[in-house]
Design a protein around this ligand. Structure first.
Ligand SMILES: C[S@@+](CC[C@H](N)C(=O)[O-])C[C@H]1O[C@@H](n2cnc3c(N)ncnc32)[C@H](O)[C@@H]1O
Length: 411
């Protein structure tokens, strides 16, 4: 059997037996739509031999998890401590004992909630929390959190798995709607029409779902590290053969904003000010204080730029665009940050390492920002070769918004 045929066979077995894109650990908590998981899967399927795979922008650990399921060794970094916790929990190996103990702890937790003998936790300081949860749901979640805290310490395998089930439950019983690119609220939640949702049943189902995924241990190892992708030369690691990532897009989407329900409940965030500070650290962040900081931000003298970028920035900054100057600063900072990332990435690559960046373009006041071309320019300046742009899919009804796979090779 040729190597390729063997790999294809193994791949099909993987799809049917171990996991698929929406169930298993990929489905525990996911920010990215299923197609991104699919692209990463396809890239992994095309690779042969044992690889060291790196994802500088972990998010919900799609790449690291896929790589580990394909038997590779993976490492991934993110600047968001909650996502690092999530990634570590998703990629960890769980013994049958841990899974059984988590199941028993889940039963104990629900008994405590039902008996109402544990003082409920305080609700998290989420702005307009009543928009998120009906009073009955909020009361249940506060009781559930206190019961989990009492039953299992957060650092243990059991504690982490139950907290994933908790995260799934808090979203399942919220008014949040995920049918847009970013999170919104379902229209008019009417408490008076609530006929008594079985919240305990929801948690029960989520524990069962998480435990099923926990039994599907990946064969490879994945390291999930809290680290800034602009400072990769400081990361002590083996050199990597393959980089697969979906970096932040220049679209003003804030991951902190999207993740705030989980981050507040799990106490990774304790106030709105910190939320803005964290977003300022993230590439492409613009939530709260991150926006006002942009007004004062100045690039260093030798910072990345190009003629094409300058032309786009000048059009965006035109006085006819109300926030044009601010948005031009946003775009410039995004490009400078990404250039710094690519410069630093070189320090941790093996010779001939391959890169795949799955990134979407965006528009500002009708001006198309061709992020994929900017990546090509940066990569070429940094000495990468074999650079290619492959369009992957249209993002929405706006025909110019497209996602690309920008690939390259290290020397
Ligand atoms: C598009 S998301 C990644 C999505 C991911 N592929 C997934 O499957 O969920 C971009 C990620 O980059 C992270 N990020 C932003 N700035 C960063 C930085 N300076 N260093 C490391 N990670 C950063 C964000 O926290 C976010 O998780």
């Amino acid at each position: 059997m040729t190597h390729l045929a063997f790999d294809q066979l193994r791949q099909r077995a993987d799809y049917t037996h171990k996991y698929n894109l929406t169930t298993g650990r990929h489905g525990w908590l996911r920010l990215t739509p299923a197609y991104s998981v699919k692209i990463v899967e396809e890239l992994m399927d095309r690779t042969h031999g044992h690889l060291r795979v790196f994802d500088p922008f972990c998010g919900t650990a799609t790449t690291a998890l896929s790589a580990a399921y394909h038997g590779h060794d993976a490492a991934t970094t993110d600047i968001n401590a909650f996502l690092v916790w999530l990634g570590q929990t998703k990629t960890a190996h769980y013994s049958a004992d841990t899974v059984m103990q988590t199941r028993n702890a889940g039963v104990e937790v629900l008994a405590l909630v039902k008996a109402q003998i544990v003082e409920p936790a305080l609700p998290p300081p989420i702005h307009n929390i009543e928009r998120w949860w009906l009073p009955a749901a909020l009361t249940f979640l506060c009781r559930l959190q206190a019961a989990i805290d009492k039953t299992v310490p957060p650092g243990t395998g059991e504690g982490k798995l139950l907290r994933i089930a908790f995260c799934r439950t808090l979203i399942a019983c919220s008014n949040a709607a995920f049918n847009h690119q970013s999170m919104s609220f379902k229209d008019n939640p009417q408490p008076e029409l609530d006929i008594g949702t079985d919240y305990a049943g929801l948690f029960h189902e989520n524990v069962a779902f998480v435990l099923k995924g926990a039994l599907e241990n990946p064969t490879g190892e994945a390291k999930v590290i809290l680290h800034d992708a602009r400072k990769l030369s400081k990361l002590t690691t083996e050199p990597f053969d393959l980089v697969v990532t979906s970096p932040p897009y220049a679209n003003r989407m804030s991951y902190i904003r999207e993740l705030r329900p989980y981050m507040y409940w799990l106490r990774f965030l304790v106030n709105g000010r910190d939320a803005g500070e964290l977003d300022w650290l993230a590439i492409g962040g613009t939530w709260g204080v991150a926006t006002s900081r942009l007004n004062d931000w100045k690039p260093e003298e030798n910072a990345y730029t190009s003629q094409e970028l300058e032309a786009t920035l000048a059009r965006v900054a035109s006085p006819k665009n109300a926030n044009g100057a601010l948005l031009a600063a946003y775009i410039r900072k995004y490009c400078v940050d990404m250039a710094q990332h690519f410069a630093e990435l070189r320090a941790i690559l093996a010779p001939r390492a391959r890169l795949h960046y799955i990134v979407g373009n965006s528009t500002f006041y009708g001006e198309l920002l061709s992020v994929e071309k900017i990546y090509v320019h940066i990569m070429a300046e940094m000495g990468f070769t074999d650079i290619e742009i492959r369009p992957i899919r249209k993002r929405n009804s706006k025909k110019e918004l497209i996602e690309f796979d920008v690939s390259a090779r290290w020397q």
